[in-house]
Design a protein around this ligand. Structure first.
Ligand code: AMP
Ligand code: MG
Length: 329
């Protein structure tokens, strides 16, 4: 059994082809980037429309398959930017009609968790999901994936991107901040904002902008201090979630988890508490079609053939992780 998974929640149009054993036969993507400024939803939508057919075609070539080998299509229903989600959903429905095969819609955040579990063979992990728009600490408890902690304002990736943008760099800014941070020498005191199990980045961003404008500090030291502060916050709440849930596996997910300093902090924390830390390859940390395909496989199997008709399936831009009934565990 094979599915073709489509990801299009934000900047990335991704297509993955996955079989029912979790073998990933292809994982191809094309991402919208800018030289200056952040994501413009209507520009990202145009990008996705332009690359959709090419990315699907390339994934089929990588997998050495043709569309008629695909048993069902999976798409990312949300959360995400509506104009971007729409491109993925329309493409998915078009393929389903053409091939007369079912469509499965899945939650993007849970897909990050499930691909991490698949690749790491973790049994019951806590997920630190650190991406552009989302920052959540997620774990399974009593039939649902629950959010144990999350950002109270913007996602950590958006925070890094906004700071990079303020310093005159384009999108995505996370990798640029990371490069700068490697050259930072002195830690500059910044607000550290953990409220219970939640985090917040807005105040830190304002503080960083003021410090940047004051011209008293180097970009390198500001980038270094920003990373040290916000990654420590994430590591702290992850550790508390692990202690609270009595779980001893941590999986990282989301584009910001590509950051080697965040990975290092998470590994040190896990080692100190005798837990295991799993970091999937970068191509599975960032938004990708393979994770959508794999969650599609899990959900499809649990439906035992009773897949919903196409006209009953819609995108869900504001869907929350803990709204999903987990039928596959
Ligand atoms: P996602 O939404 O999961 O695809 O992740 C995209 C976000 O990851 C963007 O905000 C990027 O700036 C950020 N990102 C990607 N690579 C890195 C990195 N090495 N360090 C920090 N942030 C990163
Ligand atoms: Mg994501």
């Amino acid at each position: 059994m094979l599915t073709l998974g489509i990801e299009s929640t934000a900047h990335t149009f991704g297509v993955g082809i996955v079989n029912d054993k979790g073998k990933i036969l292809a994982n191809v993507k094309d991402s919208y980037t800018t030289e200056h400024g952040g994501i413009h939803p209507s520009e990202a939508k145009k990008h996705h429309q332009n690359v959709a057919d090419k990315v699907i075609h390339e994934a089929l070539i990588r997998a050495k398959l043709s569309l008629k080998n695909i048993d069902f299509i999976t798409f990312s229903q949300g959360p995400g930017l509506a104009p971007c989600l729409l491109v993925g959903m329309e493409k998915a429905k078009e393929l389903c009609k053409e091939l007369k095969i079912p469509l499965i819609g899945v939650n993007h955040c849970i897909a990050h968790l499930e691909i991490g579990s698949l690749l790491s063979k973790a049994k019951d992990p806590v997920l630190l999901y650190a991406s552009g728009a989302n920052t959540q600490i997620i774990a399974y408890d009593g039939g649902k994936y629950r959010i144990f902690g999350e950002t109270l304002d913007q996602g950590i990736g958006n925070f890094l991107d906004a700071f990079a943008r303020y310093m005159g760099m384009g999108f995505p800014g996370g990798p640029k901040i990371s490069k700068l941070a490697e050259k930072g020498k002195d830690y500059i005191e910044l607000p550290y904002v953990v409220k219970g199990m939640d985090v917040s980045f807005g105040g830190i961003l304002t503080n960083l902008k003021q410090k940047f404008d004051s011209k008293k500090y180097s970009k390198e030291d500001l980038a270094f201090s920003a990373q040290e502060t916000v990654f420590a916050m994430l590591t702290e709440v992850s550790e508390r979630a692990m202690a609270h849930c009595e779980k001893d596996e941590l999986v990282l997910g989301g584009g910001v988890a590509c950051n080697t300093r965040l990975q290092q902090m998470a590994r040190i924390m896990c080692k100190e508490r005798g837990a295991r830390c799993f970091v999937p390859e970068n191509q599975f940390l960032v938004d990708n079609g393979a994770m959508i395909g794999w969650l599609g496989v899990l959900k499809y199997k649990s439906l035992k053939g009773s897949t919903p008709p196409l006209n009953k399936i819609d995108m869900k831009p504001y869907e929350r992780t803990d709204d999903i009934e987990v039928t596959w565990r």
